[in-house]
Ligand binder design. Structure first.
Ligand code: DX5
Ligand code: ZN
Length: 230
């Protein structure tokens, strides 16, 4: 993975057809997705359950680009190797889910994967201030994690701005997860975000047999996010 701060759209397969992940991943990449965002939930850290490393390994051959695995699980550490072996390029753990998040990030990097750290809406930007040298991506949750289709929490925009200033020249992505659509995308890219996760706003209106809406939705978010502003 090379680093740059261009806007990247990362569709979340939480909004895909769960009986058809392989074809869905191929469809969104063919329609212009930059990364594929994979939401792992355990019914303990978050009030919903999705899937684990075996599913990630099964969909890996259907993703040509970056497989971005967002772990909403506690504990995290016992499962890091399994997700790395499943082929994750980025593994993101929540600062709220790990007693020793510093050690967790070291363990992720030790596998060769990029290390991401996610912040719930109630967690301040300062929670990552001692972690930046161990981090490749900070994920700012703009909804409370657990479900797709929730409303964007606008108070997080200021957190993005703070994080962008804290990061400075370090090669660290700022990812936004939750409620991203063409209306909210420019608010966060303007504040310094570069990776935009979007579930419902990408998958709405399309399907594997009719994937054209995926492309239209991705382009609409990208164009809004990359708009000219002063
Ligand atoms: C929420 C997940 C998100 C979710 C985003 O816990 O981490 O990735 O799928 O879905 P939308 O874009 O519908 O808010
Ligand atoms: Zn996510």
């Amino acid at each position: 993975m090379t680093f740059d701060r261009s806007v990247k759209i990362a569709p979340s397969i939480l909004s895909a057809d769960f009986a058809n992940f392989g074809a869905e991943c191929e469809a969104i990449e063919a329609q212009g997705a930059d990364w594929v965002h994979v939401d792992v939930m355990d019914g303990h850290f978050v009030p919903n359950i999705t899937f684990g490393p075996a599913t990630c390994a099964a969909i890996r051959p259907h993703i040509r680009g970056v497989m971005d695995v967002h772990l909403m699980i506690a504990p995290v550490d016992p499962y890091i190797t399994a997700f790395a072996d499943a082929g994750a390029d980025v593994i993101t753990a929540h600062v709220e889910a790990s007693t020793h998040i510093h050690r967790t990030l070291q363990a992720i990097r030790a596998t060769g994967a990029k290390a991401g750290v996610a912040l719930n809406p109630g967690t301040p930007a300062e929670a990552v201030s001692e972690l930046l040298d161990l981090t490749d991506l900070v994920c700012v949750m703009t909804v409370n994690p657990g479900f797709g289709g929730q409303k964007f929490i606008a108070s997080q925009i200021d957190k993005v701005r703070k994080l962008r200033a804290m990061i400075g020249d370090r090669p660290i992505h700022i990812e936004i997860d939750g409620g991203v659509d063409p209306q909210t995308a420019p608010l966060v890219t303007r504040a310094g975000a570069d990776v935009l996760v979007a579930g419902s706003a990408v998958f709405r209106g399309g399907s594997v047999s009719d994937p054209t809406p995926y492309g239209e939705n991705i382009r609409a978010i990208r164009e809004a996010a990359s708009g000219v502003w002063t």
